[in-house]
Write a protein that binds this ligand. Structure first.
Ligand code: IMP
Length: 428
């Protein structure tokens, strides 16, 4: 396997953890490059289910080193909880195999309070409430704290106190009263820092040394392309760049280290939180939406919220393929669509009575999805063999390839770890 970036190319929740879990067998290093504990990656091994929010999904493979890159916003408490829970299950989470960039920006209690207070009062983005937006906001405003700064508390304290005072005023204005005392917050952060410290490294140097030594890196995306801060359905997006190019900035490797861009899409579409969703199942499709939700168990692993469900949107997919420079597609949850007589895929949008194939940058006008209806297929067993797939399922896949112009190289055929067809031998 060459260095691979795995990115979700819808609104997140495409099932990245299962693919990462498979690809991690071939990788030496698994690195996260953006987002934070707003992500929720569920890995099922045998009967055991592990949900990870911050630690990379490669951690369950004992031969991988797992890296949290500088593009991630870092909640120290969540990291320690996840680390200790994994350790209790017998997973080696020592600093030799779990490394965190010393320049990650830290999520502090006032970031979470601001996230929630703003959601209650201003435009409802439907955030996860984890403080992600305010932390990235402070990073851009030069008000943030990079985790390694806790090593120099005398320098950090006065600067952070000034930031804190500003945040306390904002929180008061938003009607929030439960902001912790500064001293209490600072000493708690120092205590957490002392426990995280052994894991801290300069990830950029580490990864370039490892690359020189011939090690293979798997970059693990979080969220999805349509939630990208620049190219997503703004303002209903997350606060980081979720597209593949950011794997370089968010870990400190050069872009030439990103060799294969694997874009993951479900066989249908889901979205949590507010915002545009042209293929959402309403009206005559409402029943289909409910069925997809039940069969696909479409509930968020971070917040437990029900995901909105809809048909596959090829217009959005093609845009995501271009934005990421996708080399190959991975298709998840094909089995969830089994049993439908026909399956819809959106091939065009209609705006102002005009049919087109452009995913909009602005969502001020209503956008109607125009569908093509394809024949469905009956249930098939979770399989690794393409020959087990019904002919109509294969032609559905072909349809995606023809429309997007890129091959589908991985197909997930069931929830279990080994229920996956690998068409590209690099990923076998
Ligand atoms: P935030 O990332 O918590 O600020 O939330 C912003 C938007 O991104 C909301 O619509 C969230 O529901 C969505 N979001 C954030 N993380 C994920 C994820 O891992 N999967 C799907 N949606 C997400």
């Amino acid at each position: 396997m060459s260095n691979t970036v795995l990115v979700g190319i819808q609104w997140g929740d495409e099932g990245k953890a299962k693919i990462i879990d498979h690809l991690a067998e071939k990788a030496d290093i698994v690195a996260r490059f953006q987002g934070g504990n707003n992500a929720g990656h569920t890995i099922v091994v045998g009967k055991e289910k592990t949900v990870l929010h911050l630690i990379p999904s490669g951690i369950l493979h004992k031969n991988t080193v797992n890296v949290v890159g500088n593009g991630v916003v870092f909640d120290m408490g969540v990291f320690l909880q996840e680390r200790d829970a994994l350790s209790a299950k017998g997973v080696d989470v020592g600093p030799n195999r779990l490394k965190v960039s010393e320049i990650c920006h830290v999520i502090l209690p006032f970031h979470q309070l601001l996230d929630r207070a703003r959601e209650a009062v201003k435009t409802k983005i439907g955030t996860t409430g984890r403080g992600i937006g305010p932390t990235y906001g402070d990073k851009a405003m030069r008000l943030g704290v990079r985790i390694g700064e806790f090593e120099f508390p005398n320098d950090l304290k006065p600067r952070l106190k000034a930031v804190y005072q500003e945040k306390a005023l904002q929180l008061k204005e938003l009607g929030s009263t439960d902001i912790p005392e500064f001293e209490e917050m600072f000493s708690k952060a120092l205590e957490l820092y002392s426990k995280v410290k052994p894991h801290l490294v300069d990830t950029s140097r580490y990864l370039s040394e490892q690359t020189r030594a011939g090690k293979k890196i798997l970059f693990e995306g979080a969220q999805g392309t349509l939630l990208d801060i620049d190219y997503g359905t703004y303002p209903f997006v997350t606060s980081s760049n979720t597209t593949a190019a950011f794997a370089a900035c968010g870990t400190g490797v050069g872009p030439s280290s990103l060799n294969f861009i694997l874009g993951l899409t479900k066989a249908y579409t889901t979205r949590v939180g507010s915002g545009p969703f042209p293929t959402e199942c309403f009206g005559e499709d409402e029943e289909a939406g409910k069925l997809i939700s039940q069969k696909g168990n479409e509930f968020g692993s971070t917040t437990g919220r029900a995901r909105r469900c809809g048909w596959l949107d090829l217009v959005a997919l093609k845009r995501a393929v271009a934005l990421n420079g996708i080399t190959g597609l991975a298709l998840s949850k094909l089995d969830v669509l089994s049993g439908f007589k026909t399956i819809k895929v959106a091939t065009h949008y209609e705006t102002d009575g005009k049919k087109h194939q452009d995913f909009p940058n602005f969502w001020t006008k209503p956008v109607k999805a125009i569908y093509e209806e394809l024949p469905g297929w009956s249930e098939f067993p979770g399989t690794q063999n393409e020959s087990d797939l019904p002919a109509t399922a294969k032609s559905f896949i072909k349809h995606i390839e023809t429309y997007t112009g890129v091959p589908v190289v991985v197909i997930s055929t069931g929830p279990k770890r080994d229920e996956m067809i690998i068409r590209d031998k690099r990923f076998n």
